[in-house]
Design a protein. Sequence first.
Length: 296
Amino acid sequence: MQEAIERFILYLATERGLSDNYQLSTRQSLDAFAQWLTQAKQIDTPGKITHEQITEYLGVCKKRGLAAASIKLVVVAIKIFFRFLHVRKFVTKDVAELLPLPRVERYLPETLNEAEVERLLENIPTDHPLGLRDRAIIELLYASGLRISELVNARLEHLHLEEKVIRVTGKGNKTRLVPLGGKARDAIAAYLDRERPQYVKRRTGSELFLSVRGSKLTPARCWQILKERAKFAGLEENVYPHLLRHSFATHLLNNGADLRVIQEMLGHADISTTQIYTHVDQDRLKAVHHKFHPRG
């Protein structure tokens, strides 16, 4: 079983190009399953595993208090593991093929409205130290919907200010081009011209955003920057980087952008991930209808 898991993780890394985090999560799920099989069923080879045993294990996970979303990750890991084994002829039958995915309640993403975003940005004093950098960071998060990991890994050579685009490497090492927008482009240009040179040290790399020590910013520091700037702007909401990504997508949809275009800009592999924003828009429409329609 362990040899099969090792082969599968190697496949995810080399042939699928999936992220280290995805590989780690999948390995943890499969290792826990393998351990249960050994202890509860004295099984240590994939060919002896039955559909009923997988179902029993998922029941054990549920009894242990594992959330539906976490159980779904376990199911997905087991399904793709056995699909791999079957395709590669390591097992004669895909016993996980008919496993149903548990239904997970989907929560609508939180967002800031357009006025709140404007308030956040306009209350960053760009004549103060780090003001230009922090304004550029938040403008970019909102204008392009980047994940925080994508922002901290952005490099100077990825940036094309004249064309107003930035090249981003997202999940699964997939690269995409994302528009910047005029205000974000101007904020980044001002930071590059007037502030970034002050932070460059002898060992500084080409990362776009630097700390005062000349090193690459960490995701945790970006969270802290956003919290500090939101507090200064007097925003009561819990403001965090992914909130700006949600706001980016929702505001695009509200203003008529095509869902496929939003999917491309967000770097979602599946349109179903992007479709959650249509529910946000529907809630807004229902609220408007309720408020203004005579029979609302």
